[in-house]
Ligand binder design. Structure first.
Ligand code: OOG
Ligand code: NI
Length: 460
């Protein structure tokens, strides 16, 4: 029997191999990311603080885009077979950094041990065809009809996925078949693209065309994790690969790494066949996929996240007032003044999530542990270990989508959008969309309860 986590690890590996053959710049990216990680591991004794080097080196996130709730349910079934569950709700339809007609979630393992075994995650977006700001009623119904005719995932794949979920794994030969079908479902299809239909959708949004203009889905990007994203950025530019103009997320600064920093580059145009209005098939190219890389830090609590969002807004405001200033510099100085500068501070101010462990082998001086977290940490009763942020940032995600678009598309901002929230997305998927803050808090609280119990028992 091949257990769930091995299916997940094997799927991530095979998808990565497949994507490397489709997008050669991805292989360059992996090479540079690997070098940077080795260098950081060699120079920094703390390099494993946010996950073992083995985990980080194997770590990837993918992005896919689907057109209908049914396709989303089927994708969810495949991910469930891999031990990946929907976490977080992202609405990218009205970001200031450019709007895209999708709502999204991320499928990922939720159990800390499962994350350690293999943290593969897939950012998954659903086209919102009923959103009138993007699609009028006529286009909506033609789009829905087109999507209803296609089948992204073969029934055999879905049946195997169901079995894998039920049995928490698959026998060897079925596992092999499942993995082969699953990887194939995300390959770029050689089928000709209907030129007129694709172009019509592209006028609304390049993302709509990428999702609803073709008969199959494909992996949009696959993102490795790197321990020093600034070093990686420089090195990719030295290799002649033009990166987007900045690293998204928090600035590089003297304090702890928090949340997520990401950057990307546009991949080359890929050859695709087109069916022309007269029925002939011609050669052409599309430029819809790209490379992305990320660095991960500590998960923030709701309070920490609010502070983060406030600092980002303030950075925008100040750079808006003085466009000639360096955004990184502005952000850095705001952070220096406005954000806790140490992990200890983040912990005692409840701004970030940690797992707590009791310090064993303290001198037995008869003292009882203090009742508050600050006391427990400052007097050496507990140690705090950061919990890594396993999710995404809506603003960076919008930026990633946008960096990929040749044109902004058209959106009628006078009209109201279709209301959408985590609850409605849960109904569309047929599985609960979990709250990331809840997952981190649960992990933290469990460790704290256990640590306090051990300390109490020792002191008694
Ligand atoms: C997904 C964009 C979001 C990220 O890393 O924030 C994303 C997409 O382009 O389909 O992958
Ligand atoms: Ni991404």
């Amino acid at each position: 029997m091949v257990p769930t986590w091995q299916l997940r690890a094997a799927f991530a590996r095979r998808l990565s191999d497949m994507y490397g053959t489709e997008v050669p710049a991805y292989t360059t990216l992996l090479e540079v990311a690997g070098q940077v990680n080795d260098e950081v591991a060699a120079r920094d004794p703390d390099a494993g603080r946010f996950g073992s080097i083995a985990r980080v080196t194997a770590e990837r996130h993918g992005a896919i885009r689907v057109g209908t709730p049914e396709e989303l349910r089927q994708a969810a079934q495949i991910f469930a077979a891999l031990g990946m569950h929907p976490v977080g709700f992202y609405d990218l339809r009205d970001g200031d950094e450019g709007a895209v007609p999708v709502v999204s979630t991320a499928f990922r393992p939720t159990d800390p041990d499962e994350l350690d075994r293999n943290p593969f995650r897939v950012f998954t977006s659903l086209l919102t065809t009923s959103d009138r700001r993007f699609f009028d009623a006529g286009l909506e119904s033609r789009l829905d009809a087109f999507l209803a005719r296609r089948q992204l995932f073969p029934p055999e794949l879905l049946a195997l996925a169901e079995r894998a979920e039920e049995q928490a794994g698959l026998p060897e030969s079925e596992a092999e078949r499942f993995l082969a079908l699953a990887v194939a479902a995300f390959e770029l299809s050689p089928e000709p693209v209907d030129r007129a239909w694709y172009t019509e959708l592209e006028r609304v949004s390049a993302v709509a065309a990428d999702i609803g203009g073709v008969a199959a889905t494909h992996i949009n990007h696959l993102t490795p994790r790197v321990l020093d994203i600034d070093a990686l950025y420089r090195r990719m530019e030295e290799r002649g690969i033009t990166m987007i103009d900045r690293i998204q997320g928090p600035p590089r600064w003297a304090g702890p790494d928090v949340l997520l920093r990401q950057t990307s580059f546009r991949a080359l145009a890929e050859p695709r066949k087109f069916r022309e209005p007269d029925g002939s098939v011609t050669g052409g190219s599309l430029r819809v996929r790209f490379g992305e890389v990320e660095a991960r830090g500590i998960a923030l609590t709701r309070a920490g996240r609010a502070r983060y969002d406030g600092l980002m807004a303030e950075t925008d405001r100040l750079t808006g007032l003085r466009p000639d200033t360096d955004r990184q510099e502005v952000a850095r100085s705001l952070w220096q003044r406005g954000f806790p500068g140490t992990e200890h501070q983040l912990a005692v101010e409840h701004q970030a999530f940690f797992t707590y462990r009791p310090v064993t082998g303290r001198p037995r001086d008869g003292r009882r542990p203090p009742a508050d977290l600050t006391g427990l940490l400052t007097h050496g009763w507990l140690t705090a270990h950061p919990i890594v942020y396993e999710d995404f940032l809506p603003r960076s995600a919008a930026g990633i989508f946008r960096s990929n678009l040749t044109e902004d598309g058209t959106r009628d901002t006078e009209l109201a959008g279709t209301p959408f929230d985590a609850h409605r997305l849960s109904e569309a998927i047929g599985r609960p969309v979990l709250d990331p803050f809840g997952l981190y808090a649960e992990q933290q609280d469990r460790s704290l309860r256990q640590a306090l119990f051990t300390l109490g028992a020792c002191a008694a």
